[in-house]
Design a protein around this ligand. Structure first.
Ligand code: GDP
Ligand code: MG
Length: 439
């Protein structure tokens, strides 16, 4: 997935902004990459549409290249697709919290039972497991052994009792023992079949569970979407657990669950050990898929520093030659922040290295300027001409800020130079006049 997406960014090198035309190729790469990662087609279609709409609508952010911008949009959409925030497990307010696990055979249900108990035990909750897979004696033994391993009791009733009856007995036992969380293991089949669904429905009726979690193997490809949909429609799930994320899964299932069921992935399993269960973090998952963490934080910081509206307003001011000391301060501060940010992030491609000495110099200059601008009246800040025309005003600013008159003159001159330089930059060659300082 990562390498397929990288092709998409590469195609934007050298572009100025994202446009309807120049995103066509990259979007095709993104679409292909998602399909190759086994994301189901309807999900891919909606995703690509959402990204395209945003990419074309997004404006230019200073210092951010279009390919970086597209990475950010794709990242944010991925996070959204996977539910945005971490989804916590829900606990019952009275009586035991009941968690029913469902899923096909071999996906990791029985393992998850014990892992989950281990996970919740660490949070100080008492747990009990119920062995509901009555079709194979080995399944019951497996749960008993795992229960012992994590130090959690397992309720068993052999293979002769109906799962719904086992559920009922197990729940009663848990209530008697004042257990906090009951986790029920169930039998899976290789394929979805009516027998399995009916049995789950019956168990669900008896347990009235707080959570019904569908256990999904991360290796499940395209079928994940149909699988999740069926379980959700038939028995109603509250979330999913994605297992075997440690394998070389292509990640498709992770992207489909929320989109097709509206239910979040709550936990992920990334190994066979009892400790290998953790909350599902959509942003980390998206970051891993993209493998471009530093570009993302760069774009975020740049957005913070120079929001688009600010940039536009600034541009208008420059065009109308109204750039004043307030803008000067705003811009200088933004540049200074950009400087220290670059130092933090370090190796952003194409940003050029900023040395620590340069950053210190910029910060020192900023302090100097700030103190002089603060000593100006609001009127002077808005109309720098007042200072250009009046040596008395410059003298007062110098005294109030504890700087020399020469330093104030320099600052005033700098502002007018900046007006001209910016106008030139904009390609508006009106022969901008620099007012000279009168003495
Ligand atoms: P069930 O049929 O759904 O109950 O699946 P099991 O819990 O018996 O697990 C089937 C196999 O998958 C076992 O060999 C587990 O050790 C293995 N397994 C379960 N979860 C994970 C995981 O997160 N990572 C890996 N690598 N293996 C897992
Ligand atoms: Mg099992």
């Amino acid at each position: 997935l990562t390498s397929g997406l990288e092709a998409a960014w590469t195609k934007l090198k050298g572009e100025e902004v994202l446009t309807k035309d120049n995103i066509v190729e990259p979007m095709r790469d993104i679409r292909r990459a998602l399909l190759e990662a086994d994301v189901s087609l309807p999900v891919v279609r909606r995703f690509v549409q959402a990204v395209s709409d945003q990419a074309v609508g997004v404006g230019l952010i200073r210092g951010v290249k279009p390919d970086q911008q597209l990475v950010k949009i794709v990242h944010d959409e991925l996070v959204k697709l996977m539910g945005g925030e971490v989804s916590e497990l829900v606990f019952s307010k009275s009586g035991p919290t009941v968690i029913l696990l469902a899923g096909l055979q071999g996906v990791g249900k029985t393992t998850v039972c014990a892992k989950l108990a281990n996970y919740l035990k660490k949070q100080g909750k008492s747990c009990m497991l119920i062995a509901g897979d009555v079709y194979r004696p080995a399944a019951i033994d497996q749960l008993v052994i795992l229960g012992e391993q994590v130090g959690v009791p397992v309720y068993t009733a052999g293979t002769e009792v109906k799962p719904s009856e086992i559920a009922k007995q197990g729940l009663e036992e848990a209530k008697k023992k004042k257990i906090d969380v009951v986790i029920m293991d169930t039998a899976g089949r290789l394929q979805i079949d009516k027998g399995m669904m009916d049995e789950l429905k019956e168990v669900k009726k008896v347990l009235n569970p707080t959570e019904v979690l569908l256990v999904v193997d991360a290796m499940t490809g395209q079928e994940a979407a149909a699988l999740v949909t069926t379980f959700n429609v038939e028995i109603g799930i509250t979330g999913a657990i994605l297992t075997k994320l440690d394998g070389d899964s292509r990640g498709g299932a992770a992207l489909s669950v929320k989109e097709v069921s509206g239910k979040p992935i709550k936990l992920v399993g990334r190994g066979e050990r009892m400790e290998d269960l953790e909350p599902f973090y959509p942003d980390r998952m998206a970051g891993r898929i993209l493998g471009m963490g530093d570009v993302l934080s760069f774009v975020e910081k740049a957005q913070e520093v120079m929001r688009q509206e600010d940039a536009e307003e600034l541009q208008k001011k420059i065009m109308s030659a109204k750039f004043d000391f307030n803008d000067f301060l705003k811009q200088t501060r933004a540049v200074a922040r950009m400087g220290s940010m670059t130092r933090v992030i370090g190796m952003i491609p194409g940003m050029g290295k900023v040395t620590p000495a340069q950053v210190r110099e910029a910060e020192k200059n900023l302090k100097l300027m700030e103190s002089m601008i603060e000593a100006m009246t609001p009127e002077e800040r808005e109309k720098p001409e007042l200072l250009a025309e009046s040596p008395q005003r410059r003298k007062r600013v110098a005294q109030d800020s504890g700087k020399t008159e020469q330093q104030v003159s320099q600052l005033v001159a700098q502002l007018f130079q900046m007006r001209v330089r910016m106008k030139n930059l904009m390609g508006i060659m009106e022969g901008g006049s620099i007012p000279t300082l009168s003495n």
